[in-house]
Ligand binder design. Structure first.
Ligand code: UD1
Length: 427
């Protein structure tokens, strides 16, 4: 298995192109199930998760073709067409590898009146239920059965009648599934306390471009008037705000000065505010954001929350960055119950982090040291890369399949800004 070797201590300088957003792409791809016309997605990141989703779409009989990006380009263009569906079953083998596969449930149900999707099972960052996905679909008139590890959803003849659902807690995935089911409903569907993440706005914008009628885009109440059919569209995937935030932390910890090309400050509000509070300069420049360190960073207090709050997907990277700040930072994780698995690894690199339940106290240290490390999820892996960029000596990051799920050609992007990083094959 490949690993990444990092020899720390080089301030990052230059420009990093930010890719299309993974989490957005994973909800835009299944929209192709909602029409028999072609849907073309531009700026799709080249990631293992996207390849996995493409494979899942092929399994339903959706044709996919990738157009002309050169191997040296970041991103690519994919056209999907669901002219005729050959299956509405998402099998365990595919769903198990990628939790986001559950996002086919709503669109399959809308298109075919029936869908069978394997339950995704547990996940390294906590027990991640899908009860809200199912309750929202039921509120719109779906019948749900659970049997042998599968969810079987069916709609009355003629489609979902519609209805109203209030989320008891904000869920990104459940909002996405419900919106995709609602666009072809017979009547009106209302979602209250819906997630407002920029990726949900991206989803609604693609659906609107396909002819869907959605009111309240970007707000916590979405009202969707079902239409008889949707048509094809060409759409550019938004920039990855989590990838951008990760490289911002990398630049800051190394005392660097980088421009994150295509990053958008308005989609990264809480990340920008946290960087600024820690003493890092964040400046909007043409088509991007400049991130520049200003000497020693200051400790800060952060609590994860649904958008527009501080993203749980940025918690691990900030924790790594704050290891080198002056004073003690306090981080509280409110979204997932088991999302501190990077802490012991960071401590092995010389960090001084204590955890108590959902809170972590990061006592700033003067320096960190390289070590062989591995992580159990995507963002935790990135936090180890960030620490490795400042650590003395060599850091060896193992289990790269996590990073490859969510960071397009990480080592190449870091090399572009002068990091001493290489990917090597297994011995
Ligand atoms: C998405 C993101 C993930 C991010 C998370 C929170 C994708 C592919 N993944 O995950 O990167 O960390 O949002 O911003 O976009 N919950 C329930 N019942 C449900 C669904 C969720 O109780 O049916 C709970 C979860 O356990 C969690 C909280 O709601 O505590 C938020 O989870 P959710 O927003 O659904 O996360 P995902 O959509 O899985």
């Amino acid at each position: 298995m490949d690993k990444i070797l990092i020899r720390g201590g080089k301030p990052l300088k230059g420009t990093i192109p930010i890719s299309g957003a993974k989490n957005s792409a994973l909800t835009l791809l299944p929209c192709a199930l909602l029409t028999d016309e072609p849907v073309t997605l531009r700026n799709l990141p080249r990631l293992a998760d996207i390849d996995g989703f493409q494979h899942l779409m092929n399994q339903f009989g959706v044709s996919t073709s990738i157009a002309g990006a050169r191997p040296s380009d970041f991103g690519r263009v994919m056209t999907l067409q669901a002219t005729r569906m050959t299956s509405n079953v998402a099998p365990y083998d595919l769903v198990r590898k990628m939790r986001a596969s559950i996002l086919v449930l709503g669109p399959l149900l809308a298109r075919d009146g029936e869908a069978t999707v394997s339950l995704p099972g547990g996940c390294a960052i906590g027990n991640r239920p899908i009860d809200l996905h199912l309750k929202a679909l039921e509120a719109f008139g779906a019948e749900i059965e659970l049997a042998s590890g599968y969810v079987k959803a069916s709609a009355p003849k003629g489609g979902l009648p519609g209805g109203s659902f209030t989320f008891p807690v904000v869920s990104v995935g459940a909002t996405e599934n419900a919106v995709m089911a609602a666009v072809l409903a017979k009547g009106a569907c209302e979602l209250k306390n819906a997630a407002r993440e920029p990726e949900i706005v991206d989803l609604c914008n693609l659906l609107a471009a396909m002819g869907a009628k959605i009111d309240g885009i970007g707000s916590e109440t979405l009202t969707i008037e079902g239409v008889d059919r949707l048509h094809g569209a060409t759409y550019r995937v938004m920039s990855d705000r989590i990838e951008a935030g990760s490289y911002a932390c990398a630049a800051a910890i190394t005392g660097g000065d980088v421009t994150l090309q295509h990053a958008k400050a308005d989609e990264m509000g809480a990340t920008v505010a946290a960087l600024t509070e820690a003493g890092v300069t964040v400046e909007e420049v043409k088509d991007g954001l400049r991130i520049a360190a200003n000497g020693k960073m200051q400790a800060i207090t952060l609590t994860t929350a649904p958008y527009p709050g501080f993203a749980t997907d940025m918690q691990a990277q900030f924790m790594a960055m704050l290891c080198m700040a002056e004073g003690s930072s306090v981080l509280t994780e409110t979204i997932f119950e088991n999302r501190y698995m990077h802490v012991p690894e960071l401590n092995r690199m010389g960090a001084n982090i204590e955890t108590k339940g959902r809170t972590a106290i990061v006592h700033g240290v003067e320096g960190m040291t390289g070590a062989p490390v591995m992580a159990t999820d995507l963002r935790a892996s990135m936090s180890l890369v960030i620490a490795g960029l400042i650590a003395d000596g060599e850091t060896e990051v193992n289990r790269l399949y996590h990073l490859d799920r969510g960071y397009e050609r990480l080592e190449e992007k870091l090399q572009l800004v002068g990091a001493d990083v290489e990917r090597v094959g297994a011995d």
